[in-house]
Design a protein. Structure first.
Length: 295
């Protein structure tokens, strides 16, 4: 009787141990499954990050007067030459500026486009004169409804302050190696010959503006001339007459760039930096005279 009772107790104790052992086994199993899932998720994330890293859209900003070009052209060159960059978005908030800096930036925009990478421009508050001109070689242009654009044309200014010098009894002597070396000098007025030279130069710049816009925007030159009066107009007007493609914002521009580049997977936006290869750590996720060269 005692032996039977002891056996029953031993059996129950053994059974209890088995019952208690089962949860421990399941807990270990759950840990293994969780670890495996973490490894899989990490691998998926790494793959997705890698795929996004190899699909980059470079974002370049042009803010304020265009009085230089080195930084912008350097960024355009890096975006053009980086195999991971598939498209470029240019955000512009500028009233325009010098002719030569504008033409230099345009040259690099064209080179990016010719490399097979689409370029999309998004106009912010202002994009007038030379700032508009440098945007026209791009593949697509967005603007806000109230973006101020237009102001197409060129200007040269010669200020004659000789009257003030006479009043102050100030005399100016000039030694120069040629008749035009002091063109634009404030101590005299332009000669008739100089006026003709400046007028011809301004006309050449104007014709260049009209021809460039007509060619890249596929517009009739006469239509461009009609609105290239120096007057500004808003984004809605620009879309209506073909100077801009669509009303939209920066996000629309990024999506359009991805579409034109044929990117159907994850991608990231990046800002090219001199001396730094584009990496995930650097990425941003999800008067004539002297210068009649102003437009």
């Amino acid at each position: 009787m005692v032996e039977t009772h002891v056996k029953r107790v031993e059996e129950e104790a053994s059974h209890g141990q088995c019952l208690r052992a089962t949860p421990r086994w399941w807990r270990r199993s759950i840990r293994y499954v969780a670890l495996a899932m973490l490894i899989l998720l990490a691998g998926f994330y790494s793959y997705s990050s890698y795929r996004a890293y190899t699909n980059q859209i470079a974002v370049i900003e042009i803010n304020g007067p265009i009085d230089g070009f080195v930084e912008t052209t350097s960024q355009l060159r890096m975006a053009r030459d980086d195999p991971y960059v598939k498209a470029v978005v240019i955000r512009i908030n500028s009233p325009g500026g010098g002719v030569e800096p504008t033409k230099e930036i345009m040259k690099y925009i064209i080179s990016v486009k010719e490399s097979g990478k689409p370029v999309v421009v998004t106009m912010e508050e202002f994009c007038t004169s030379g700032a508009y001109l440098l945007s026209v070689p791009s593949n697509y242009i967005f603007a806000y409804s109230n973006t101020v654009t237009g102001s197409l044309g060129a200007i040269a200014v010669w200020v004659d302050r000789s009257g003030e010098l006479d009043e102050d009894k100030i005399k100016v002597w000039v030694w120069k190696t040629g008749p035009y070396k002091d063109m634009g000098a404030f101590w005299r007025s332009p000669t008739e010959e100089e006026q003709k030279l400046i007028d011809n130069y301004i006309k050449k710049i104007y014709n260049y503006i009209v021809d460039t816009i007509a060619r890249y925007r596929n517009l009739d030159a006469e239509i461009v001339k009609k609105y290239a009066t120096g007057a500004t107009f808003n984004g809605n007007f620009a879309v209506s007459y073909g100077f801009v493609d669509e009303i939209g914002d920066y996000r629309d521009a990024v999506r359009k760039a991805a579409e034109l580049a044929g990117i159907e997977e994850e991608y990231i936006t990046t800002k090219p930096q001199e001396g730094v290869h584009l990496k995930i750590g650097k990425a941003t996720l999800a008067p004539l005279v002297g210068n009649p060269t102003t437009w």
